[in-house]
Design a protein around this ligand. Structure first.
Ligand SMILES: [Zn+2]
Length: 109
């Protein structure tokens, strides 16, 4: 099994210490499993990477199951959270509450 390079300094002399990986050159320690979990990737309509805490706007009107009205294009969505799945953005929208969106229908501000 080959170990990944250090994510901080890109050293290839990384070694395992229990569940952690350690870089002898910059003393960075990290949990490789955690890196994988953080590796969820969501990309907006323009191909920009989205991250937890980003603010996005909708690029089109979206129908919401069970809601009395549609989500309008241009609606601002603050503090998104990237999750796994088809609808990969977890968020809260004023007047609608908690919901999940597809990252392809939003763009980062
Ligand atoms: Zn390093």
């Amino acid at each position: 099994m080959s170990l990944p390079n250090c994510p901080k300094c890109n050293s290839e002399y990384v070694y395992e210490d229990g569940i952690l990986l350690v870089c002898p050159e910059c003393a960075h320690e990290w949990d490789p499993n955690e890196v994988e979990e953080d590796g969820l990737v969501a990309v907006d309509a323009n191909g920009n990477k989205l991250a937890d805490g980003d603010t996005v706007t909708l690029i089109k009107d979206l129908k919401v199951k069970g809601a009395p009205k549609d989500l309008k294009q241009g609606t601002r969505v603050k503090n998104i959270r990237i999750v796994e799945g088809d609808h990969n953005i977890d968020c809260k929208i004023d007047g609608f509450g908690a919901m999940k969106l597809k990252s392809e229908f939003v763009k980062k501000i």
